[in-house]
Design a protein around this ligand. Sequence first.
Ligand code: MG
Length: 380
Amino acid sequence: MKKISILGSTGSIGTQTLDIVRQHPDQYQVIGLSANSNIQALTQQIKEFQPQLVSIGTKELADQLSQEIDIPVHYGMDGLIKIATAPQADTIVTAVVGSVGLLPTSAAIKAGKKIALANKETLVTAGEIIMREVEKNNISLMPVDSEHNAIFQALNGENKQEIKKIIITCSGGSFRGKTLTDLQNVTVDQALNHPTWNMGGKITIDSATLMNKGFEIIEAHHLFQIPYEKIEVVIHPQSIIHSMVEFIDGSIIAQLGPHDMRIPITYALSYPKRLNLDIPSVDFIKQKELTFDKPDTETFKCLEYAFEAGKIGGSMPCVLNATNEIAVEYFLQGKIKFLDIQNTIKKMLDNHQLVANPTIEQIIKIDQETKQATQEELSS
Ligand code: MG
């Protein structure tokens, strides 16, 4: 029986994780749950899964929740860290959105927890620090992100020295095939309409700008300790191949499957075992074709910005992420246009004074300062 806590239990990955727990009550017990603001959904989850501790975004919400339930309610960053480090749990699913995941993930690693990592921003902002902590504490860090989960499966039993390159597939997002002119006046609803994956709002926008793929390059670089030169992105609109590894002898191993996040979530939790999931098989005859294309980086510039920021390293990927978080929030609120996201990121990256080997405290400071500077930039 695995004892799990979920950071971000009411979001897309959180609710799908609980769906797996629901299907396999003999395998998993929920110890802790945390949500940012969705108090109704969290209350329902507490009633169903009977966790031992919970956390929510603010003190006001915590007071409100305390009246409904009779277990300790924590809140804010301290609450997230409590859930991440509670001794009763052995595995932490990090499914919060944004750099808010950094400190609790780091705390969970130091507490010796197994990590099922869905919060890619943690590795984007502080990949080197986090991977050092993973190694030092000798813990298991399993990627939930479908591409990295695929790469992990393709690398199973292989020698990393024999990798020629990693090929990360990309659906292309909501605006695949569009030109810069087409993108000038696209709406939030259009951006949220992802062709294959059903995900949360922020990551769906990140997919539309290709920033999500940019983050995934940085995530892959850290997770698999692969130089950026050996990472390639290929557009694959059907989202059946979730990523591939090419070896020095020319062999390519890919992981394929339906685009359903419960598959990588379950694998991250059950590895090295596989659990039965009630998901329809890929119908290859009906599917007919799997196609591939080059990403259009002239139009979707975030992918190149991420490659550049990743190669520079240090504090640069933190700035990439912090600017993106604010710009996407503003776009979702209708305050800026779609193309303002990539334009703002370029500006903030150009203005940044690089810190080559930041500590976690410096990363957190740069993250906050960049977010504030981006808000000022976008409000002026
Ligand atoms: Mg992904």
